[in-house]
Design a protein around this ligand. Structure first.
Ligand SMILES: *[C@@H]1O[C@H](CO)[C@@H](O)[C@H](O)[C@H]1NC(C)=O
Length: 375
């Protein structure tokens, strides 16, 4: 009896022991103590918890002149049956077609949750004109900027990518405090991005729904970004829009590793020269290394927060010119009227979104869960 009792006591102390972790956290939903291996943030989307997820409210277009307007509206972001949906809709559904070419949108609101979150790139107020229409698509972008940020850990997001021409879903992380300066000095971690086109080929390669990518952005200033040395693609002939997949990040003081369904996509294990050397920036003696007082993982040695969004189009080349698609790409990436060109080709792309079937769920980015563990 006595030895069995001692065994129970010993087991209980093993179960409750907390091994300290190298992972650090902050935010309203961060645990007070971080134990090694513990689940430190999760959402199964049984309900839409806006204490965890803050909506972006902006016309800014992600700095890429993307065509969407992000707002907090249950048409575009909602949970149903334990899943998060980010679904695109037409701005004209709400304001009418004529509004796009002549209306004025001022999205600044008075309530704390209604403030414009990004004034850059005419993000809080725009006036439409026939050549430069207002953002024709409504969508959503949500983030844990106030609720949870962390440094080092394991992330797994089970998600299904949307199908529909020119849709650009993303599940990613941005630096909470820009410790090394503004983008891209403090880094960016793109867990997964894809393109909604079902039949888009570039040089014979399917770069639409059959391709998913992970990327790190880092560099001393926007024109000097080492992302091409930290960018991986995986192909799936079934399409990432057909099934849920698990998109994974393992982030330690030694490496950043991306996987899909437990199969590694790629990793960076920087040497002692860190990301400065990895990016090849050390060949230019005239640029000061913003990470010189950080660790070899800098800028990825600081806290990041999660973002989930569905963008459309844009002129930064994510949708390259000269690709083949059943209907041609309606804008060119150097067009000063890209959003207008896109909108005028509505008859070509809108049917591919299937907004009238199945509540537009096929065109939605769907997320089953987000889980983050301490190392
Ligand atoms: C939410 O979106 C729908 C569809 O676009 C629109 O009809 C409605 O007015 C929006 N609600 C608000 C408060 O803007």
């Amino acid at each position: 009896m006595w030895s069995a009792f001692l065994g129970v006591v010993a087991l209980a102390s093993v179960v409750s022991a907390c091994t300290p972790s190298v992972t650090t956290v902050s935010g309203t939903h961060a645990p007070v103590t971080v134990c090694s291996g513990a689940l430190i943030f999760s959402d199964d989307f049984e309900e839409f918890d806006l204490e965890k997820w803050q909506h972006e409210n902006t016309l800014a277009g992600g700095g890429n002149w993307e065509f969407q307007y992000y707002s907090n509206n249950r048409t575009n972001s909602f949970t149903d049956d334990g899943k998060l949906f980010i679904r695109p809709s037409l701005t004209s559904d709400q304001f009418g077609q004529a509004f796009l070419t002549s209306g004025r949108l001022n999205i600044e609101g008075g309530a704390p949750a209604d403030r414009c979150t990004n004034p850059q790139w005419y993000g809080c107020e725009r006036t439409g004109s026939p050549l430069n229409i207002l953002n024709p698509i409504k969508s959503a972008r949500i983030r844990t900027v106030n609720s949870f940020s962390f440094r080092y850990g394991k992330v797994e997001v089970r998600a299904k990518m949307p199908a529909g021409d020119w849709l650009w879903p993303a599940i990613w992380l941005m630096p909470a405090y820009n410790v090394y300066g503004t983008w891209p000095s403090s880094g960016e971690i793109d867990l997964v991005e894809s393109r909604g086109n079902r039949n888009m080929l570039q040089n014979g390669v399917h770069i639409g729904t059959q391709e998913a990518g992970s990327t790190l952005h880092y560099g001393p200033y926007p024109d000097l970004n080492g992302w091409e040395r930290a960018h991986w693609l995986r192909r799936n002939s079934n399409g990432y829009d057909r099934n849920f997949h698990r998109y994974q990040l393992e982030w330690t003081p030694d490496f950043l590793k991306f996987s899909i369904d437990d199969v590694e996509l790629g990793r960076v294990t920087p040497g002692s020269g860190g990301f400065w050397e990895h990016g090849g920036f050390n060949s230019n003696p005239n640029i000061l290394n913003p990470w010189r007082y950080g660790t070899k993982m800098a800028p990825f040695d600081q806290k990041f927060y999660m973002i989930i969004n569905l963008a459309v189009g844009g002129t930064n080349g994510f949708f390259p010119d000269g690709i083949s698609n059943p209907t041609p790409k309606p804008w060119s990436n150097n067009s000063p009227t890209a959003a207008t060109d896109f909108w005028n080709a509505q008859a070509a792309w809108l049917p591919t979104w299937g907004l009238n079937q199945n509540e537009g769920k096929d065109a939605s980015l769907q997320v089953d869960y987000v889980r983050i563990w301490a190392l």
